[in-house]
Structure formats: structure tokens, C-alpha cells
Design a protein around this ligand. Structure first.
Ligand code: GLP
Length: 240
């Protein structure tokens, strides 16, 4: 696992975006695994800037996202589908038909998980972007999730509901469930880039990089992947 420590969020975002832009430049047909949350927003902003200034094209790029809240339609402003359009897709030349997220408003959620798993089997990510939950989750794979898991319905932990409530008008509006790629789906990526910032992630970063490999800290599984780059700011790295 390669760990790059940056001065701040901005430098973290620059470093991470450079890695992603290089993937697309080297392979215009690349498959990008994408993530939501506040951590990758700056990375996406740099990709947009590069697209506008240098013309890096996403016309033939395909994407798969990690997760989606259950019960929110794609036009709900807290859905991850909406997040991806407003923070990236609407500002680059990607074909929306080439973008994929689990559908959290599907009537049969198990069928939707099966659909997503079948899709992922044919879409190995050239690079998978990850953020890190303060409890060590990746995607919405909460502590205790088996490493063999594939896309599944998740009951969010109180910790995650509380963390994510800052983006909703009240904690009661935070969905209690989500659909998430499983850990096996994440680990199939050819390479993984994680962006982490802030002191509240420091304990999880320490466990992920230096701790025991255990489902109790889902991100620790990344120690088993041959090509992981963690780009974290010095606050997130403060316990290393
Ligand atoms: C959310 C998302 C994760 C994300 C994490 C951290 O619950 N499901 O994919 O990485 O929490 O979010 P943030 O970057 O906002 O701290």
C-alpha cells in the first residue's frame, strides 16, 4: 500500500486527480469506479478543470459507482446519482448512458443487487476511487461485512447515519439503508485510489494501514490488494 501524505485537502485532491486523469489519458476506454462523499469532491473539480483546459475526454469512459441510498430516486438532491451528475458528470463530456449506480428506488432490491453484480462482472475497474468512513467503512461496507461480499442491501450503522446527517436537514431524513458494492467487487479493481482528509479519520487510517486485517475495520482489506494508493492529508495521517 502506497501512502502519500499531503499538506491539505487541496493538495490531496490535486494528487488524486492527476492519477485518475493519467488513467483516462492512457486508456480513453477506461472503466472508472467512483465514490461519493465530501472527500472526492475536490478531485472531481480538478478533473473538470483539466477537461475544460486540456480537453481530456470522457466520451468513451464508463463508470461504476460504489453505492446508493435506498428509497431516494435519482433526482433527489441527496441521492448519489444526483451527487455524481452535479459534482462531475454534468461538467465533462461523459455519456450518461455509460455511467452506472445501483438504483436505490428499485422495487425489488435483491434483483437490483443481482443486476449490479452481473454488470460488475463485465466491468473490471481500471481504477476504483474510495473514501473512508470514520468507522473504517468503504463504500457502505460497515464493520463486520465479510470480505467475500458482493453488492448487497446494507443497514447503515448509527455512526454512519450520524456522520452523513450533516448533509440532510435533519437526522430523521437520512435513509437507514443503502445498496453497496461488496468488498469483493471493490477488490477486483486493477488499482485503487483512496482519498482521506481530516482528524476524524485518523484512527481509521491508522487501522487501515498498520492494523490487523479484519472485517471489523473493512478498509484493512486493502492491505491485501497489490495496487493501492492512499492519498491523505496530514490530519488524517496524524496517527501513522
Ligand atoms: C459515505 C459513503 C462512502 C464515503 C464515506 C466518507 O457514507 N458511502 O463511500 O467514502 O461515507 O464520506 P466523506 O468523504 O464525506 O467523509
Amino acid at each position: 500500500m502506497k501512502v502519500i501524505i499531503t499538506e491539505n485537502y487541496q493538495e490531496m485532491s490535486e494528487k488524486a486527480s492527476k492519477i485518475l486523469i493519467d488513467v483516462v489519458k492512457n486508456n480513453p476506454n477506461a472503466i472508472l469506479g467512483l465514490a461519493t462523499g465530501s472527500s472526492p469532491i475536490g478531485t472531481y473539480q480538478n478533473m473538470i478543470k483539466d477537461h475544460k483546459e486540456n480537453g481530456t475526454s470522457y466520451k468513451a469512459v464508463r463508470t461504476v459507482n460504489l453505492d446508493e441510498y435506498v428509497g431516494l430516486t435519482a433526482d433527489h438532491d441527496q441521492s448519489y446519482a444526483y451527487f455524481m451528475r452535479t459534482n462531475l458528470f454534468d461538467s465533462i463530456d461523459i455519456d450518461l448512458q455509460n455511467t452506472n449506480l445501483p438504483c436505490g428506488s428499485a422495487s425489488d432490491l435483491q434483483k437490483e443487487c443481482d443486476r449490479y453484480n452481473a454488470l460488475l462482472e463485465n466491468m473490471q475497474q481500471d481504477v476504483q476511487v474510495l473514501g473512508l468512513g470514520s468507522n473504517g467503512h468503504i463504500g457502505f461496507n460497515e464493520p463486520g461485512t465479510p470480505f467475500s461480499s458482493v453488492t448487497h442491501l446494507v443497514d447503515l450503522t448509527e455512526n454512519t447515519i450520524k456522520d452523513n446527517s450533516r448533509l440532510f436537514s435533519s437526522i430523521d431524513e437520512v435513509p437507514r439503508q443503502a445498496l453497496s458494492m461488496g468488498i469483493k467487487n471493490i477488490m477486483q479493481a486493477k488499482s485503487i485510489i483512496m482519498v482521506v482528509s481530516g482528524k476524524n479519520k485518523a484512527q481509521a487510517v491508522k487501522g487501515m494501514v498498520q492494523g490487523e486485517i479484519t472485517p471489523d475495520l473493512p478498509a484493512s482489506v486493502l492491505q491485501l490488494h497489490p495496487n493501492v494508493t492512499v492519498v491523505c492529508d496530514k490530519d488524517a495521517a496524524s496517527l501513522l
